[in-house]
Each structure stands twice: as structure tokens, then as C-alpha cells.
Design a protein around this ligand. Structure first.
Ligand code: SF4
Length: 499
């Protein structure tokens, strides 16, 4: 398609259109307004649109109006309300607070690098005093919701502090009265019936990692006491049963699973998806192995290119869609976030894709030694040897953490409008930035989007999902809409409790 032949500058009527960007895809022009409404147009329709030619009684006019693309038809109040709703998190402080309880792990995950040390290294544990101070800071946020994520190489290794953090956060919330959610991500091997009963009783959501069938998972997660895969799948089943015993909706209350795709995963995507279906997962996240900070030989052996990841991810999404067609409700979370953006269903509190990014103003991460970072990604950057994203300690004031010099630099760099490539990109209203990722992959907070793997990932996936939504059958569209729906897990959302 020759775009130049569609555009005659002297005929353009900018006053007819709302501000928009466009992108040529598969012989059509994808038009996306600054509000994120989008529509595919044929080349002739696009020319008519920018020349302001469609008359009010034409079907094209209706289609453009329906997508808020005609300036004269915009309901300004509705538009302003919508912008405010979609950007709600920008009006308050960080909601996600991640505590790294320890660097100890009972399993030797091959891709965790320096983030994981042996079980004897108890000096890497977070203390009760640091955990309390971190939670004190978390509750100073102006956000009406607080999510405390208990992380670390294997957080169950520091069980006493984990329990204390849970009780302390609940106690703080008895006064604060915020929407509090607590979660722990674990390999589950240190779980026992008593710990499970405690976590279920205290409404701590449990998530895990599962990298595929037994040989694949065990090759990536070595455990001297047996098969890591057997232990993880055994406990996934027990946790799901515990939720079912509480009569919680079985389509919502299942252990969320993260899958890391590394070189041994390539060519095995159908087996990985079959494994996720077999353990009854309902919410999965497929991520590319992050090689930042890994020893060179491990990175070379396990790392995959963005092209390899995107091919594997797309294959997995197709297989997950097929599983849904056959009646299994299983959704991929990153795809869900992108679809939610495209369908106007995004959860305002979603930290996935937004501008400015979430560093410091959407989330904070607390190291076991009491240092505070822009995000969990920023903390992991420090674990790999670069403290670039350290913004203070748990003794710093909340004000200095959310408005200090480093924080301001991260926020400015995380604005799409400050990115030379993003500013003219059709996906700008739907996309987001992660300054930690830019720094790790390109050596600067801003990065350079035309060479960025982050940009490539999002541009490719948005291209794929817009065309998929355009071409989907009614049934598939409903299925994809389900992926995009925000499901509040009320059971894990604690409100004010009596002391
Ligand atoms: S990161 Fe890439 S896809 Fe996203 S808005 Fe920027 S240029 Fe577009």
C-alpha cells in the first residue's frame, strides 16, 4: 500500500478529526486516537477521514463517530471523565509494595543468578524491624489500596518474618482502612499443611512458577531433595483444593502461575501449555528469561532472542485460545492487559502498561537490608550488581522516596511523550515504559525505542491483537473479552478489620 498516494496535504482538514496517530497494517490503516480508541480503515476511507469528507448519513461517519474520532461529535465531559477514570493511579501514591524477605532458596533456579543463595545464608534474611518499617512506609501511601507482595528468592525460607509481616500489615490496616491485599510467590517446596492453613486463613494469595513438564521444569529448577516439579504440582493441587473447600469460585480462585521461557523451552510450547491446563491453572504469565546479571555462560546457554520469545508467546496464546474453545478457562495475563487496553476495559489499578511508568509512583520495592528501590525490577538490578534504582532506605521519609531527584528522573524518563519514537507511535495511548528495562537492555533510562526489545515486544503484540480482534468470530471475541475483564478477587481484598 502506498500511503503517500492517500495523503494530499492541501486537502487535509485537521479540524474534522480528533488528535490521532496511524499505522499501516496488512493493507489497511489502523487509526488510534490520543484517547486510545481505534479503527481499521481502508486506504480510501482513511483519505476521506483526513479530508473530512464523510457526510453524517454515511456508514463511515457512524463508524468514526462510534470510535470518538470526529472532533465535532465528542462529548467533552464524558471524555474528561473517562481520562480521569483510566488514569486514576496518577492521582495517588504507590499501591504495590514488594518486600524481599530473603535471598535464600532451597532450590537452585538456573536463571536466578545472584538473586538466590544457599539456605545457610541467614544473614540475607529481612529482619522484623526492617519489615515493620517497610510496611509503615507502605501505609503512608495516599493510595486507597495497598498490595503487599512478599517475595525474595524463596520467601517461605524466612517464615517467621513472613508471618510477622502479614500480621503487622493487617494490624496497620485496622486503623488505615485501605483495601489491603497480601500475596506470596513461592516455589511451594517449603510449604506444609500448617503453613498452607495459615496462608489460606490470613487470606494471603499464593502464586508460583512452573516452567513446563517435569524434565523441563526440573532442568531449570534443580532441587537436591527430589523433583521440584513434583513438589510444585502437588502443592498447586492442594492449594486449589483448599480454595474449593472454602466454596470460592473455582474459575477465579486458582494458583496463578508464571512461566519463564528459556532456550530449553523452545519447541516445547504445546507441552508447556498442556502442563498449565493439566494443573488447573486459570491465570498464567509467560515471560522471557531475563539474562541481565547472569554469568555469561548461563546467559548464552539459556537466553533467547525477542524474536524467539515472540514466536513462542504467540504459539502459546493460540494454544490457550484453543483450550478455551474446548471449555478450559485459562488466560494469559500480559495478553489480558493488552486486550483490556484495546477493548477499553483496563483496570485503572493495573500496573502493567501506563505512562508515566510505575517506578516509585506506582510501586516501591524493599530489599532485605532495608534499602528501597524504584520497583522490584530496580531491586533485581541491584542484586545483579548495579544500584542505579536505589532511592533511599526504610528510614527515609515517604516524601523523599516519592519525590526525590532519582524518582523525578525515573518518572520523566517513563513518559511516552518524552520518548522521540513513542511520541509519534500509534500505540502511544495504550503502551507504557519501564525505565529499568531500558537501562538494563540499552544502558540509559530513556533507551532508544526503535532498537528496543521492549518496544518490539509491544509493537508486535499490539499489531497481532488489533488484527485478531478485527477478524475474530463473535465467540472468539467474547473469549478475548473475558481475558481482558478485570476480576476482583474479593476474598484476597481485606478491608478495615477490628483490632
Ligand atoms: S514503546 Fe514502542 S510500541 Fe510502545 S509507544 Fe513507544 S514506540 Fe510505540
Amino acid at each position: 500500500m502506498n500511503l503517500a498516494s492517500c495523503i494530499q496535504p492541501s486537502k487535509i482538514k485537521p479540524e474534522f478529526c480528533v488528535p490521532f496517530n496511524f499505522r499501516v497494517l496488512g493493507g489497511q490503516v489502523l487509526v488510534i486516537s490520543d484517547l486510545g480508541d481505534w479503527l481499521f480503515l481502508s486506504p480510501d476511507e482513511f483519505t476521506a477521514f483526513i479530508e473530512g469528507r464523510p457526510a453524517a448519513d454515511e456508514p463511515l461517519y457512524e463508524r468514526l463517530k462510534d470510535k470518538n474520532l470526529i472532533a465535532a461529535e465528542i462529548d467533552k465531559k464524558a471524555v474528561a471523565d473517562r481520562w480521569q477514570r483510566e488514569n486514576k493511579p496518577l492521582f495517588h501514591g504507590p499501591s504495590l509494595h514488594t518486600l524481599a524477605l530473603t535471598s535464600r532458596s532451597n532450590q537452585a533456579c538456573r536463571y536466578s543468578g545472584a538473586a538466590s543463595v544457599g539456605m545457610e545464608a541467614t544473614d540475607t534474611d529481612m529482619t522484623v524491624a526492617i519489615a515493620e518499617r517497610a510496611i509503615d512506609l507502605a501505609f503512608q501511601t495516599t493510595s486507597p489500596t495497598v498490595s503487599i507482595a512478599l517475595r525474595g528468592a524463596e520467601p517461605l525460607a524466612n517464615w517467621e518474618v513472613l508471618q510477622h509481616a502479614v500480621e503487622y500489615a493487617r494490624q496497620k490496616n485496622a486503623l488505615a482502612g485501605k483495601g489491603l491485599s497480601l500475596s506470596v510467590q513461592s516455589n511451594l517446596a517449603l510449604l506444609d499443611d500448617e503453613k498452607l492453613s495459615y496462608l489460606v486463613d490470613r487470606r494471603v494469595q499464593i502464586s508460583t512458577r512452573l516452567d513446563g513438564p517435569a524434565d523441563l521444569h526440573d532442568a531449570l529448577n534443580a532441587w537436591t531433595d527430589g523433583s521440584a516439579h513434583a513438589k510444585t504440582t502437588e502443592w498447586i493441587a492442594k492449594i486449589n483444593k483448599a480454595y474449593a473447600d472454602l466454596n470460592l469460585d473455582a474459575d477465579l480462585y486458582r494458583v496463578p502461575v508464571t512461566v519463564t521461557l528459556a532456550r530449553p523451552s523452545l519447541g516445547r510450547v504445546p507441552e508447556i501449555v498442556a502442563q498449565l491446563v493439566a494443573v488447573g491453572a486459570r491465570s498464567v504469565r509467560l515471560q522471557r528469561l531475563d539474562t541481565f546479571g547472569l554469568p555469561q555462560d548461563v546467559a548464552a546457554e539459556l537466553g533467547i532472542s525477542m524474536d524467539e520469545f515472540l514466536a513462542a508467546f504467540s504459539e502459546a496464546v493460540e494454544l490457550l485460545i484453543e483450550a478455551n474453545r474446548k471449555g478450559t478457562r485459562i488466560a494469559e495475563r500480559h495478553a489480558g492487559t493488552m486486550l483490556a487496553k484495546l477493548l477499553g476495559e483496563s483496570d485503572p489499578s493495573d500496573l502493567g502498561l501506563r505512562t508515566p511508568g510505575t517506578s516509585c509512583i506506582g510501586q516501591l520495592a524493599y530489599g532485605a537490608d532495608g534499602r528501597v528501590f524504584s520497583s522490584e525490577e530496580g531491586r533485581l538490578c541491584d542484586v545483579a550488581g548495579d544500584p542505579m534504582f536505589e532511592i533511599g532506605t526504610v528510614t527515609s521519609s515517604y516524601q523523599s522516596l516519592v519525590s526525590g531527584g532519582g524518582t523525578r528522573a525515573f518518572v520523566m524518563a517513563g513518559l511516552q511523550d518524552s520518548q522521540p519514537d513513542c511520541v509519534n507511535c500509534a500505540y502511544k495511548p495504550l503502551c507504557g515504559q519501564q525505565v529499568e528495562g531500558n537501562y538494563k537492555t540499552q544502558g540509559s533510562l530513556h533507551g532508544r525505542m526503535r532498537d528496543s526489545s521492549w518496544c518490539k515486544q509491544h509493537k508486535t503484540l499490539f499489531d497481532g491483537f488489533t488484527q485478531k480482534l478485527r477478524d475474530a468470530s463473535e465467540a472468539d471475541r467474547a473469549l478475548l473479552r473475558r481475558w481482558a475483564e478485570h476480576q476482583t478477587l474479593e476474598h484476597f481484598m481485606l478491608q478495615r478489620e477490628a483490632l
